[in-house]
Design a protein around this ligand. Structure first.
Ligand code: SF4
Length: 462
């Protein structure tokens, strides 16, 4: 790496001193960001004939687009393994010869990411970095020779700090939220105190890096093309099964409305916009301001948001205003219809709130994507109650996942003794990785049959 001379000026009490110092020149890095393939296993799909769960992990690799935002001085590529196959990955890799490879990883993708990283390690000297949900909750799983750095939590700023260091020929030790791997030893790193500066909201996501895949970001189940924006990271709550709060160290960090508006406009003529925050209207005042700006800008799009049931009940006017601005559907994590389970999940509301929220949404004509969690402890009677609830309350798009204790969550600590499947490939939220109360085959059959019945006539946007 060539040195460069930097002129520094110091003011001394006897006058100004000019000083030259030698600094390593910052290199332009070639950075390849990899969205892992759809690699998780799903027993209901493999053995019980349902196909409608496949949509769960579809959509653009938005986190990688966000990560690439501050790296404009470098040559960045995003490879979407959910759109291209493994041969294409190695071909792209060989042609690009990256200096840094960055993986994002959900828990069900961890094994596959390790396999790719091991192969890269054998082939070249690129720095290998991993981040995402699994790295945040279980960084020690990546503390191995395949990786150089692990980004823990929200990575937009910490990853760009790491790249700055590497580009200057330095190592990334000491960056808060970035762990230098130490295979065979305890993994130690400085935790990051996340704040709004970590959002770097003046830097837009690099939508251009996935332009070649854009036509594939099409949700077959709903028959629509969708673009992603984000209005907030983290959550105001802390449900026991959820991995969202840990990404920001328990904080709820919102983007200013202008940054969100910029991203919506950058997506051009894409008709549906999915706000991929896990809790879109957690700050009602800010959500209202954004809505006002969308209306004022005359943007005519359909929006999807994630909203808590109690937010809907507390702020029906906000939902009505958003409906006017194009809010088409809301994803609501109802999770269960029985109070004991809602309490056990630390959901912080009860079943009557869910019913009120549904009524408000139906009155407003907002489509409900209802997330429900089927617990492995379900009995036949529980399945029946859930089906009755969904049908009676006319939930347009019910999504049924199976309760999965992601390592690192409170739920995991609570039920880890009941785990019967340890292979992380199965942590796709569609498998009972803990003991079922019903005989296992009957449980899966009841689950698969219910999913089939509920998805028989898929909802189509009007
Ligand atoms: S499930 Fe929803 S409300 Fe609960 S912590 Fe996760 S994002 Fe927040």
């Amino acid at each position: 790496m060539e040195p460069i001379f930097v002129l520094s000026t110091f003011v001394h009490k006897k006058g100004i001193i000019l000083k030259f110092s030698v600094m390593p020149k910052k290199q332009k890095m070639k950075i390849m960001l990899m969205n892992p393939p759809n690699c998780g296993r799903s027993i209901p799909e493999e053995e019980y004939g349902i196909t409608s769960l496949k949509q769960i992990f579809k959509g653009e690799p938005f986190n990688l687009e966000v990560l690439a935002g501050p790296l404009s001085e470098h040559d960045v590529q995003i490879f979407d393994g959910k759109c291209e196959n493994e041969d294409a990955f190695w071909k792209t890799f060989d042609q690009f010869q990256p200096d840094v490879v960055g993986f994002t990883s959900l828990t069900c993708e961890a094994n596959t990411v390790i396999r790719y990283a091991a192969k890269i390690r054998k082939q070249c000297k690129a720095f290998i970095v991993v981040g995402g949900n699994h790295a945040t909750y279980n960084p020690h799983d990546f503390n191995s020779a395949e990786f150089d750095y692990i980004v823990v939590g929200l990575g937009k700023k910490s990853f760009s700090e790491l790249i700055d260091r590497l580009a200057a020929g330095e190592n990334g030790c000491g960056i808060a939220g970035v762990a230098r791997t130490s295979p065979g030893k305890h993994l130690s790193y400085k935790p990051r105190q996340f704040s709004k500066t970590d959002l770097m909201e003046d830097v837009a996501p690099r939508y251009d890096l996935v332009a070649k895949y854009r036509s594939q970001y099409y949700l077959e189940q709903l028959g629509l093309a969708m673009g992603f924006v984000i209005t907030a990271y983290g959550c105001t709550h802390n449900c026991s099964f959820c991995t969202i709060p840990g990404i920001t160290g328990g904080k709820y960090l919102t983007h200013g409305p202008d940054a969100v508006l910029r991203d919506i406009q950058t997506l051009g003529d894409i008709p549906f916009i999915r706000m991929v925050d896990a809790n879109t209207f957690g700050n009602a005042a800010q959500a209202s301001e954004l809505c006002g700006k969308i209306l004022k800008a005359g943007i005519r799009k359909k929006f999807f948001a994630d909203v808590r049931a109690d937010t809907i009940v507390k702020h029906p006017d906000l939902l009505a205003k958003w409906k006017e601005a194009g809010l088409y559907a809301v994803v609501v994590g109802f999770e269960d219809v029985q109070d004991e389970r809602l309490q056990a999940y630390n959901k912080k509301y009860q079943g009557h709130v869910i019913r009120q929220a549904i009524e408000i949404l139906h009155d407003l004509g907002i489509v409900i994507v209802g997330d429900f969690i089927v617990a492995p402890q379900y009995s036949e009677n529980d399945f029946e109650k859930l089906e009755n609830f969904i049908v009676t309350h006319k939930i347009e798009i019910p999504v049924l996942s199976i309760l999965t204790p992601i390592p690192g969550t409170t739920l995991y600590d609570e039920i880890k003794k009941e785990i019967v499947i340890f292979d992380l490939d199965y942590y796709t939220f569609t498998n009972a990785v803990t003991k079922t109360k019903m005989p296992e085959a009957l449980f899966y059959k009841a689950y698969a049959d219910l999913v089939k019945r509920l998805h028989e006539k898929p909802h189509r946007p009007q």
